[in-house]
Ligand binder design. Structure first.
Ligand SMILES: Cc1ncc(COP(=O)(O)O)c(C=O)c1O
Ligand SMILES: [Zn+2]
Length: 714
């Protein structure tokens, strides 16, 4: 038998029809630079192989490799995607009085959406072309899918997501190790920012529906439907190819319907099916440029500013994608229709309640469209319909990923954006972004010092800074994040700065990261020599101007000719930069914070004060009774209140209530320290009053308490 491999022959440019040889990584037409490319295959050979059936092949979309754009099967990056169930929607059939409605359940994909097909084939294509870094703009699900597959292929991924993308999807993407950049703008703006970012850094940009892998991957939905449908209709028809009359999908940019349609057209061309299904494009009314153009009978769509809560479907400017879908519509029939957010939410509830399918709102859009198309007679009762159940994502627990894994970019407000107009402030947003993706690790066993350094640096530039309070912790963060710069203390318990530097030097991945040493230690010539192998500069704590240190960091980071993120190449000569005239030492730079301790037991009060004073310079006042406490709070407006619950004349709960009613005092954070065993109701009450931190007196842990107080004083 002929070996199973791709039968790709040529690439055709959709702009100028020029045909040329395929090569891994192809991304534009050599004749006109056009990016809309189409892969062509040796269909005769494929038809011969496929007409005998595909029994015994691998159970993933790669079973259709003859019609996929991969030259070297060894390079395939897979998690067993594809081959999702095709299931009869019996309850929906009953409700709509229609005999043949099927659900193509794409929720069973590795990251729970049909975008896994695209990610698998696109990441395989990158892998084959030797591309190791990629930029992608996404409305959410492609981000998660690409993040997972890129992780598998060791490809660094930069994701540009609009701030409307659900936080759970951002966290999930970050969990896979992708760099997540949140753009406060529309999806079309995020795409522009991503493209500019990729161009500036010369990183591969994923071109979605324009590029070959994405569209080709979606053909496999058609292949699977055509191989499964016959046996869903009549079990004895197993092994026969059969096409439905309709394929319905919720649409944003349109890569799904473009690919699925091409897949059916290929099968039809090879004589395997007897018709090319009609495509039903369902958009959400708040972002329906395709539907508007279709209903006006126009071959080109005008861009819109999305106004929908279903942000996964927020391509406001579909461009050539619509033109191609319109051509298909004119050739084979089909329909485009919009549903409201509310109709989609209604369909979502109904589908879950009746069929047992929990889907995300974007997917429900297709089912709301199905209802309308059947009820309006656009889909006739004798027609077989397949609806794409395109996705269902699961939230990543908030506590797994912190907010630091997300970078924020602010552009003009989406409502002010004009489609097609140049993006105001994009240049400065991108410059800021360079700084925002510049990572610094600050290591100091004294949390006060590390925090101060972080604050000073962040006051100057929006760097992403991670603090560690021990060398092993710092080393771990450095290995995880490969930062652009490290600022480290020398004298630390467990492992000192010298050892840390030696560890960094040993590993080729960390050997070139510049390290600025800030230390209180008097350095011997021997110490200096040891440091000189890795440290960029050494600063003596307490004897330099903080301003100078900040300037030095900025300089070090931009020292390699402007390429900030790769500043790690720029290891400068070691210098001992001790400023002649210290202006503001680390200790002096701290603002003294006022704490009011409301505690009637003098022993406890003393104990708590002592614990807190060890941490930082604080001004701690103590009062023993409720009314007096309120007076002092009003007069002093402390930065933090530490509250005992059982005290004379007014208890802690009453004090809290009084505080929360006073809008001047409402924002003061409160920590409760009590010997009382709190009931659930009491805890709930305290939480409802904004108290997040409650301590039992007998379980006080100095370190943790200090950290808590610090966090509240932030
Ligand atoms: C769950 C889901 N459904 C539908 C769509 C729309 O797909 P297309 O890109 O084919 O327009 C998306 C796109 O992100 C999606 O994530
Ligand atoms: Zn061309």
């Amino acid at each position: 038998m002929t070996p199973i491999k791709s039968c790709l022959t040529k690439v055709k440019c959709l702009a100028c029809n020029h045909e040329f040889e395929f090569y891994p990584g192809v991304d534009k037409c050599p004749a006109c630079n056009g990016a809309w490319l189409d892969a062509q295959y040796d269909y005769q050979t494929v038809a011969q192989i496929w007409k005998n059936g595909l029994l015994g092949r691998i159970n993933s979309l790669w079973r259709y490799v003859e019609l996929l754009p991969v030259a070297d099967p060894e390079k395939i990056v897979t998690m067993g995607e594809g081959q999702t169930p095709l299931v009869r929607a019996s309850k929906t059939q009953q409700r709509l009085n229609h005999p043949n409605i099927f659900i193509k359940d794409e929720r069973l994909a590795p990251t729970s959406s049909f975008k896994d097909r695209q990610a698998a084939v696109a990441v395989t294509a990158m892998n084959e072309a030797g591309i190791r870094e990629c930029v992608l703009a996404s409305t959410g699900n492609a981000a998660v899918a690409y993040a997972a597959y890129c992780a598998r292929a060791d490809i660094k991924l930069w994701l540009f997501l609009t701030s409307m993308v659900p936080a759970a999807k951002m966290r999930e993407s970050a969990l896979y190790g992708a760099e997540v950049i949140k753009v406060a703008g529309t999806y079309d703006q995020a795409k522009k920012v991503a493209a500019d970012f990729a161009a500036r850094r010369d990183i591969h940009l994923d071109k979605g529906a324009k590029a070959i892998p994405g569209k080709e991957s979606m053909k496999t939905v058609a292949f699977e439907i055509a191989t499964e449908l016959a046996s869903c209709l009549r079990p004895q028809a197993h092994g026969r190819w059969q096409a439905p009359d309709w394929y319905l999908q919720a649409v944003s940019g349109g890569i799904g319907p473009l690919g699925v349609q091409k897949g059916f057209e290929e099968l039809f061309g090879m004589g395997l099916i007897d018709r090319v299904p009609k495509i039903g494009i369902i958009q959400v009314a708040g972002c329906s440029p395709m539907v508007q153009a279709f209903q006006a009978g126009k071959a080109k769509a005008d861009a819109v500013i999305p106004e929908t809560r279903i942000t996964v479907l927020s391509t406001g400017d579909p461009g050539v994608g619509y033109e191609l879908l319109y051509q298909v519509n004119q050739k084979y029939g089909g329909y485009m229709l919009a549903v409201s957010d509310e109709e989609a939410f209604g369909a979502m509830r109904l589908l879950a309640k009746t069929e047992g399918y929990s889907v995300e709102p974007a997917t429900a859009v297709a089912f709301a469209g199905l209802d309308k198309m059947v009820k309006q007679g656009i889909i006739r009762p004798d027609e077989i319909v397949v609806v794409s159940c395109s996705g269902h994502t699961f939230p990543v627990e908030k506590h797994i990923m912190d907010e630091e894994s997300v970078v924020d970019v602010r552009l003009a407000h989406p409502a002010e954006a004009v489609p097609g107009a140049p993006l105001d402030g994009l240049g400065s947003a991108l410059e800021r972004l360079d700084e925002q993706v510049t990572t610094i690790v600050v290591i100091d066993d004294n949390p006060m010092d590390s925090r101060l350094i972080r604050r000073l640096l962040q006051a100057k530039k929006p760097y992403r800074i991670f603090e560690a309070n021990s060398a092993p912790e710092g080393l771990q963060i450095i290995r995880d994040r490969l930062p652009d710069l490290v600022v480290s203390d020398l004298t630390m318990p467990e492992m000192d700065g010298f050892t840390l530097l030696e560890e960094l030097k040993k590993d080729p991945l960390t050997a070139k990261i510049p390290v600025i040493v800030v230390s209180a230690k008097d350095l011997t010539p021997e110490d200096k020599k040891r440091l000189s192998r890795q440290a960029t500069s050494i600063w003596a704590k307490g004897s330099f101007s903080t301003q100078d240190l900040v300037e030095h960091v900025v300089e070090t980071l931009s020292g390699s000719g402007g390429d900030v993120a790769r500043g790690r190449e720029a290891v400068k000569e070691v210098k001992s930069a001790v400023a002649a005239e210290p202006s503001e030492s680390i200790a002096e730079a701290q603002e003294v914070k006022k704490i009011l301790l409301i505690e009637d037991n003098p022993m406890d009060a003393r104990l708590i004060s002592r614990m807190l004073e060890k941490g930082r310079s604080l001004e701690i006042k103590q009062v023993q009774a409720g009314r007096k406490a309120l007076e002092v709070i009003r007069a002093e407006e402390p930065h933090l209140i530490v509250l005992d619950l059982i005290i004379p004349d007014m208890n802690g709960f009453q004090i809290l209530e009084a505080l929360r009613k006073d809008k001047d005092l409402d924002a003061i954070p409160v920590i409760v320290i009590t010997s009382k065993d709190l009931s659930q109701a009491e805890r709930q009450f305290l939480t409802s009053q904004g108290v997040n931190s409650m301590w039992r007196k007998d379980k006080l842990d100095r370190k943790k308490l200090v950290a808590d107080v610090e966090a509240q004083l932030e």
